[in-house]
Design a protein around this ligand. Structure first.
Ligand code: NI
Ligand code: MN
Length: 223
Protein backbone atom coordinates (compact mmCIF):
# COMPACT_ATOMS: atom_id res chain seq x y z
CA UNK A 1 0.00 0.00 0.00
CA UNK A 2 1.13 3.50 -0.81
CA UNK A 3 -0.39 6.46 0.99
CA UNK A 4 -0.44 9.69 -0.99
CA UNK A 5 -1.14 13.00 0.68
CA UNK A 6 -1.70 16.11 -1.42
CA UNK A 7 0.08 19.04 0.20
CA UNK A 8 -1.02 21.71 -2.28
CA UNK A 9 0.00 22.84 -5.79
CA UNK A 10 2.36 20.08 -7.05
CA UNK A 11 3.47 18.68 -3.70
CA UNK A 12 2.64 15.13 -2.65
CA UNK A 13 4.01 12.87 0.02
CA UNK A 14 4.09 9.13 -0.58
CA UNK A 15 4.42 6.78 2.38
CA UNK A 16 5.54 3.23 1.63
CA UNK A 17 4.78 -0.05 3.37
CA UNK A 18 8.35 -0.03 4.62
CA UNK A 19 7.73 3.27 6.41
CA UNK A 20 9.73 5.47 4.08
CA UNK A 21 8.39 8.83 2.97
CA UNK A 22 8.99 10.35 -0.43
CA UNK A 23 8.13 13.99 -1.06
CA UNK A 24 7.46 15.29 -4.55
CA UNK A 25 8.14 18.96 -5.39
CA UNK A 26 7.87 20.36 -1.84
CA UNK A 27 6.81 23.95 -2.41
CA UNK A 28 5.25 24.78 0.95
CA UNK A 29 6.49 28.20 2.09
CA UNK A 30 4.56 30.80 0.09
CA UNK A 31 2.18 28.18 -1.31
CA UNK A 32 -1.35 29.55 -0.81
CA UNK A 33 -2.70 25.96 -0.85
CA UNK A 34 -0.25 24.51 1.66
CA UNK A 35 -2.00 22.64 4.45
CA UNK A 36 1.12 22.21 6.60
CA UNK A 37 4.27 24.18 7.32
CA UNK A 38 7.58 23.03 5.85
CA UNK A 39 8.92 22.48 9.38
CA UNK A 40 6.26 19.81 10.01
CA UNK A 41 7.29 17.72 7.03
CA UNK A 42 9.60 14.76 7.26
CA UNK A 43 10.98 12.77 4.36
CA UNK A 44 13.58 10.18 3.48
CA UNK A 45 13.69 11.13 -0.19
CA UNK A 46 12.72 14.32 -2.03
CA UNK A 47 12.00 14.09 -5.75
CA UNK A 48 12.31 17.35 -7.68
CA UNK A 49 10.92 17.53 -11.20
CA UNK A 50 12.53 20.86 -12.04
CA UNK A 51 13.95 23.92 -10.34
CA UNK A 52 11.14 26.46 -10.71
CA UNK A 53 10.45 27.77 -7.23
CA UNK A 54 6.93 26.33 -7.12
CA UNK A 55 8.61 22.87 -7.24
CA UNK A 56 12.08 23.20 -5.68
CA UNK A 57 10.41 25.16 -2.90
CA UNK A 58 11.56 24.06 0.56
CA UNK A 59 13.50 21.02 -0.69
CA UNK A 60 16.90 22.08 0.66
CA UNK A 61 15.58 22.93 4.13
CA UNK A 62 13.53 19.75 4.44
CA UNK A 63 16.45 17.67 3.15
CA UNK A 64 18.87 19.21 5.64
CA UNK A 65 16.53 18.74 8.59
CA UNK A 66 15.72 15.11 7.75
CA UNK A 67 19.00 13.93 6.17
CA UNK A 68 16.85 13.19 3.13
CA UNK A 69 18.26 12.28 -0.26
CA UNK A 70 17.26 14.58 -3.13
CA UNK A 71 16.50 12.71 -6.35
CA UNK A 72 16.44 14.78 -9.53
CA UNK A 73 18.07 15.34 -12.90
CA UNK A 74 21.87 15.65 -12.79
CA UNK A 75 22.05 19.43 -12.99
CA UNK A 76 19.67 19.93 -10.09
CA UNK A 77 21.34 17.14 -8.09
CA UNK A 78 24.74 18.81 -8.55
CA UNK A 79 23.29 22.19 -7.48
CA UNK A 80 21.83 20.49 -4.40
CA UNK A 81 25.18 18.87 -3.58
CA UNK A 82 26.84 22.28 -3.87
CA UNK A 83 24.39 23.44 -1.21
CA UNK A 84 25.50 20.56 1.04
CA UNK A 85 22.57 18.22 0.34
CA UNK A 86 22.80 14.50 -0.25
CA UNK A 87 21.56 14.09 -3.82
CA UNK A 88 21.27 11.42 -6.46
CA UNK A 89 21.23 12.59 -10.08
CA UNK A 90 19.71 10.61 -12.91
CA UNK A 91 18.75 11.65 -16.39
CA UNK A 92 15.86 11.14 -18.75
CA UNK A 93 15.38 7.47 -19.62
CA UNK A 94 17.60 6.32 -16.77
CA UNK A 95 16.39 4.41 -13.76
CA UNK A 96 17.92 3.45 -10.45
CA UNK A 97 16.97 1.06 -7.69
CA UNK A 98 16.74 2.77 -4.31
CA UNK A 99 16.00 0.96 -1.02
CA UNK A 100 12.27 1.81 -1.35
CA UNK A 101 11.96 0.87 -5.05
CA UNK A 102 12.89 2.16 -8.46
CA UNK A 103 12.81 5.62 -9.97
CA UNK A 104 12.93 6.24 -13.70
CA UNK A 105 13.22 9.75 -15.10
CA UNK A 106 10.85 10.61 -17.92
CA UNK A 107 10.59 13.42 -20.39
CA UNK A 108 8.67 16.54 -19.42
CA UNK A 109 8.04 19.36 -21.89
CA UNK A 110 8.81 22.34 -19.70
CA UNK A 111 11.64 24.66 -18.63
CA UNK A 112 14.19 23.24 -16.21
CA UNK A 113 14.65 26.35 -14.06
CA UNK A 114 18.41 25.70 -14.07
CA UNK A 115 21.01 26.45 -16.77
CA UNK A 116 21.65 23.47 -19.02
CA UNK A 117 19.08 21.30 -17.32
CA UNK A 118 15.89 19.52 -18.29
CA UNK A 119 12.56 19.28 -16.56
CA UNK A 120 11.53 15.70 -15.92
CA UNK A 121 8.80 13.45 -14.62
CA UNK A 122 9.17 10.33 -12.49
CA UNK A 123 8.02 6.75 -12.77
CA UNK A 124 8.22 5.26 -9.31
CA UNK A 125 7.94 1.51 -8.78
CA UNK A 126 7.27 0.59 -5.19
CA UNK A 127 5.31 -2.02 -3.22
CA UNK A 128 4.15 -3.63 -6.47
CA UNK A 129 2.68 -0.40 -7.86
CA UNK A 130 3.76 1.95 -10.61
CA UNK A 131 3.16 5.64 -10.11
CA UNK A 132 3.78 8.36 -12.68
CA UNK A 133 4.36 11.91 -11.45
CA UNK A 134 4.42 14.08 -14.57
CA UNK A 135 6.03 17.21 -13.10
CA UNK A 136 5.16 20.29 -15.11
CA UNK A 137 4.60 19.34 -18.71
CA UNK A 138 2.59 19.81 -21.82
CA UNK A 139 0.96 16.83 -23.45
CA UNK A 140 3.44 14.73 -25.44
CA UNK A 141 2.93 11.70 -27.64
CA UNK A 142 5.48 9.53 -25.85
CA UNK A 143 3.04 9.32 -22.95
CA UNK A 144 1.68 6.51 -25.13
CA UNK A 145 5.01 4.73 -24.71
CA UNK A 146 4.81 5.13 -20.94
CA UNK A 147 1.34 3.63 -21.15
CA UNK A 148 2.50 0.70 -23.26
CA UNK A 149 5.59 -0.08 -21.24
CA UNK A 150 4.54 0.82 -17.71
CA UNK A 151 0.76 1.24 -17.46
CA UNK A 152 0.76 3.31 -14.27
CA UNK A 153 -1.57 2.30 -11.46
CA UNK A 154 -1.73 5.99 -10.61
CA UNK A 155 -0.88 9.06 -12.68
CA UNK A 156 -0.40 12.42 -10.99
CA UNK A 157 -0.99 15.06 -13.67
CA UNK A 158 -0.95 18.86 -13.85
CA UNK A 159 -4.18 20.31 -15.23
CA UNK A 160 -3.99 24.05 -14.54
CA UNK A 161 -3.22 25.22 -18.09
CA UNK A 162 -1.10 28.29 -18.90
CA UNK A 163 2.17 26.72 -17.61
CA UNK A 164 1.27 23.05 -18.15
CA UNK A 165 -1.37 20.87 -19.76
CA UNK A 166 -4.89 22.09 -19.33
CA UNK A 167 -7.72 19.74 -18.41
CA UNK A 168 -8.55 18.60 -21.96
CA UNK A 169 -4.94 17.69 -22.77
CA UNK A 170 -4.66 15.96 -19.38
CA UNK A 171 -7.66 13.80 -20.31
CA UNK A 172 -5.77 12.76 -23.46
CA UNK A 173 -2.66 12.15 -21.34
CA UNK A 174 -4.66 9.88 -19.04
CA UNK A 175 -5.77 7.89 -22.08
CA UNK A 176 -2.24 7.72 -23.57
CA UNK A 177 -0.86 6.57 -20.20
CA UNK A 178 -3.51 3.86 -19.79
CA UNK A 179 -3.56 4.98 -16.18
CA UNK A 180 -5.92 3.17 -13.85
CA UNK A 181 -6.31 6.16 -11.57
CA UNK A 182 -5.46 9.82 -11.91
CA UNK A 183 -5.04 12.62 -9.39
CA UNK A 184 -4.82 16.19 -10.76
CA UNK A 185 -2.59 18.95 -9.35
CA UNK A 186 -1.08 22.34 -10.32
CA UNK A 187 -4.44 24.14 -10.46
CA UNK A 188 -6.29 26.80 -8.45
CA UNK A 189 -3.13 27.84 -6.61
CA UNK A 190 -3.35 31.24 -8.28
CA UNK A 191 -6.01 32.90 -10.49
CA UNK A 192 -3.93 32.22 -13.63
CA UNK A 193 -4.33 28.45 -13.24
CA UNK A 194 -7.94 28.33 -12.12
CA UNK A 195 -9.81 25.33 -13.51
CA UNK A 196 -12.74 23.21 -12.37
CA UNK A 197 -11.34 19.82 -11.29
CA UNK A 198 -14.83 18.31 -11.22
CA UNK A 199 -15.18 18.96 -14.95
CA UNK A 200 -11.83 17.23 -15.46
CA UNK A 201 -13.02 14.28 -13.37
CA UNK A 202 -16.21 14.03 -15.41
CA UNK A 203 -14.31 13.99 -18.73
CA UNK A 204 -11.71 11.49 -17.49
CA UNK A 205 -14.37 9.10 -16.34
CA UNK A 206 -16.40 9.51 -19.55
CA UNK A 207 -13.52 9.33 -22.00
CA UNK A 208 -10.96 7.01 -20.39
CA UNK A 209 -10.76 3.84 -18.32
CA UNK A 210 -9.36 5.73 -15.33
CA UNK A 211 -10.96 6.80 -12.09
CA UNK A 212 -10.20 10.37 -11.08
CA UNK A 213 -9.58 11.24 -7.45
CA UNK A 214 -9.69 14.88 -6.43
CA UNK A 215 -7.76 15.65 -3.27
CA UNK A 216 -8.05 18.85 -1.28
CA UNK A 217 -4.78 19.98 0.29
CA UNK A 218 -4.21 17.80 3.35
CA UNK A 219 -6.30 14.91 2.05
CA UNK A 220 -4.86 11.46 1.45
CA UNK A 221 -5.48 8.57 -0.90
CA UNK A 222 -4.23 5.04 -0.37
CA UNK A 223 -3.29 3.03 -3.44
NI1 NI B 1 7.49 24.93 -13.74
MN1 MN C 1 4.96 24.79 -11.82
Amino acid sequence: MLKFTFLGHACFSMETEGGETLLFDPFITGNPQASVSAEELSANYILISHAHMDHLGDAYDIAARNDAVIISSSEIAVAAQERGADAHGLHIGGSHRFPFGTVKLTLALHGSGIPGGHACGFLVGCDGKTVYFAGDTGLFGDMRLIGELHRPDLALLPIGDNYTMGPDDAVVATRFLKARQVIPYHYNTWPLIEVDPLLFKEKVEQQTEADCIILQPGESYTL
